[in-house]
Design a protein around this ligand. Structure first.
Ligand code: 13P
Length: 276
């Protein structure tokens, strides 16, 4: 019932000057904890899973659970494939009913990234779904795989958005996946330049550890979707470890509650929904 499109959620967030939390999940506890936080704050969220993580939680199993939870939620929830790399997985997610896919061509040369992102954006749109693309490089990928970080070029971003037709655009402004080694150094000047040149909603990857003040500045600068993954994986793992012993269901309850709390903290910083 509440399964929602990405574009609608990001446009609503834009009107209200907030961002939507895009929460990566890898277990039933994470799905339920995130949905509970969304319902308790009466604020839409995006549930997502990255292709690189599907070795642990296959899309055929995790996808229907994400979609089922989204349909049953009392607030709108979009379901997205995060960092899609292969046509097979992107197609599978779309056929399954995901309302959005991200194609990550950020490691490709610009023209190739544009061509491939356009191809997958058209594929998503033809099925009534949305698409996110990325320009600039975060360095480490969602699965920790290496690469060289390079901030988004604002002129290229405008060209990329216009030529691909994406509904959301991920930028590189000093953000990185995983736990930040030191204090994150975000280039807000680049963000505001990208924002001035692109009307498409902007996405911040690497949300874990960015901190409240940086989140708020990002939102003021035009970020409408903020991806959080590591914070949930750590919250779930830590909660289970703290329970210890062999009572599986006690661990499961603790994990779900830790995820719920983490999701709620982020939703409150990103902004709760004002329209109903
Ligand atoms: P973190 O793991 O740093 O929260 O990044 C998540 C992300 O960007 C998923 O695409």
């Amino acid at each position: 019932m509440a399964l929602s499109g990405l574009k609608t959620l990001l446009e609503e967030a834009g009107r209200e000057g907030r961002a939507v939390g895009a929460f990566n999940v890898a277990s039933i506890e994470m799905i339920l904890g995130c949905i509970q936080a969304a319902e308790e704050t009466a604020t839409p969220i995006i549930l997502q899973a990255a292709e690189v993580r599907l070795a642990a939680t296959p899309l055929d199993i995790l996808g229907p659970a994400m979609l089922g939870a989204a349909r049953a939620a009392r607030v709108p929830v979009a379901v997205q494939l995060d960092h899609g790399k292969t046509e097979k997985t992107i197609l599978k997610a779309l056929d399954m009913g995901f309302t959005s896919i991200m194609f990550d061509g950020s490691s490709l040369p610009m023209e190739e990234n544009i061509a491939m992102t356009r191809y997958f954006a058209d594929m998503a749109h033809a099925r009534g779904a949305c698409a996110e693309g990325e320009i600039g490089s975060l360095g480490a990928g969602e699965g920790g795989e290496g690469g060289r970080a390079a901030c988004t070029d604002p002129r290229e971003a405008a060209l990329f958005a216009a030529r691909t037709g994406v509904d959301a655009l991920a930028v590189a402004i000093g953000n990185a996946h995983g736990v930040y080694a030191g204090t994150p150094d975000f280039r807000f000047d680049i963000l505001s330049d990208v924002s001035a040149r692109c009307s498409v909603p902007l996405v911040l990857h690497g949300g874990t550890g960015a901190g409240e003040e940086r989140f708020r500045r990002c939102i003021r600068g035009g970020i409408r979707k903020i991806n959080i993954a590591t914070a949930f994986f750590m919250a779930d793992a830590r909660a289970r470890a703290e329970v210890g012993g062999e009572d599986y269901f006690a661990m499961s309850r603790a994990a779900r509650e830790a995820v719920r709390r983490t999701a709620e903290e982020h939703i409150r910083i990103f902004g709760t929904r004002k329209e109903l």
